[in-house]
Design a protein around this ligand. Structure first.
Ligand code: UDP
Length: 321
């Protein structure tokens, strides 16, 4: 049985779907603070918080857990700057509770949702895993702290883990069953699609004076199902006995904010009013992964290599949501 923390959330729910399709038994542990009950595709569901150690203990006692996929966590960079203690409490203390419970119950495999935010402002593009870790905000720091916790758990207790450093997760389940639904939404593609749907007046481009080809930030957008596929390969590698490590997960290609808006125009066939605004504090000009390690070690390859394919899946879901 795989315990999926945060399995009601955006990436977690897509992973649960793929796990179930591959025949894995899955239970979801989620407090539904961000996730949605209807996105939990397994009947085995515990609604509880990682800060509730009793509930964690009960879940591990009730189910025979072989490995943990740990998605649960707070993800808003700006909020983490304004209220860091909530981030350290949820993302670091919550993960420590989970690790302690795993250790107590003899569960020794974890896949952790890390982030490109561990790198801070990149010194080289594309970014290799060996790049210095200089997270610029409490959110990125919590991700890096957990990676370090995992390293120490590996040495001391033999816990094996793989941290997957996501670049920009995007797109939705092509079957239309699951989508991306944050409250409030802060991510570029859903916001642009909302502007196309008339649910927002316009999209504001955060900064047009970056040292990039068109002056706007470049990001590496990876389809959520390609992320999910990487989790399954990682799970299989851990089962075969591989050592702990961390991998970048992006497709290795950058798209500017203007390019994203243009692709959304093409895919939706709609007008997308835009305005040029100020830079958003803390945004690095470019974040592009070097994904060759996970490709070489685990044979991972993205299926969605073009942005219009990724946006089409997001549009399909959002226009009906
Ligand atoms: N962005 C933007 N307008 C918005 C939301 C995002 O210009 O309303 C830009 C943002 O500055 C960044 C890119 O779009 O350069 C991707 O932002 P998102 O929040 O989706 O992901 P992040 O890269 O911050 O994880």
């Amino acid at each position: 049985m795989i315990l999926v923390s945060g399995g009601a959330g955006y990436v977690g729910s897509h992973c649960v779907k793929q796990l179930l399709q591959r025949g894995y038994e899955v239970m979801v542990f989620d407090n539904l603070s961000e996730g949605r009950r209807e996105a939990v595709l397994t009947e085995r569901f515990v609604q509880a918080d990682l800060l509730d150690r009793e509930a964690l203990n009960r879940a591990f006692a009730e189910y025979s857990i072989d490995a943990v996929m740990h998605f649960a966590g707070l993800i808003k960079v700006g909020e983490s700057v304004d209220d860091p203690q909530v981030y350290y409490q949820n993302n670091v203390v919550g993960t420590l509770n989970l690790l302690q419970t795993m250790h107590k119950h003899g569960v020794d495999r974890m896949i952790f949702s890390s982030s490109a935010a561990v790198y801070g402002d990149p010194a080289v593009i594309p970014i290799p895993e060996s790049h210095p870790k200089r997270p610029k905000n409490p959110y990125g720091k919590t991700k890096w702290m957990v990676e370090q916790l995992l390293e120490d758990y590996a040495h001391a207790y033999g816990l094996r883990s793989i941290s997957l450093r996501y670049f920009n997760a995007a797109g939705c389940d092509p079957a239309g069953e699951l989508g991306e639904n944050h409250h409030p939404e802060t991510h570029l593609i859903p916001i642009v699609l909302d502007a196309a749907l008339g649910r927002r007046e316009c999209i504001t481009i955060f900064g047009t004076d970056y040292d990039t080809p068109d002056g706007t930030c470049l990001r590496d957008y990876i389809h959520v199902n390609d992320l999910a596929e990487a989790h399954i390969l990682t799970l299989e590698a851990l089962k075969k006995g591989c050592a702990s490590s961390a991998y970048n997960l992006g497709i290795g290609r950058g798209y500017s904010v203007r390019e994203v808006i243009d692709v959304c125009r093409q895919v939706t066939g709609r007008e997308i009013p835009l305005e040029e605004g100020k830079r958003r504090p803390g945004d690095p000009p470019q974040l592009i992964a070097d994904p060759t390690c996970i490709q070489k070690d685990l044979g991972w390859q993205p299926r969605f290599t073009e942005l219009d394919e990724i946006v089409s899946t997001a549009w399909e879901w959002r226009s009906k949501a």
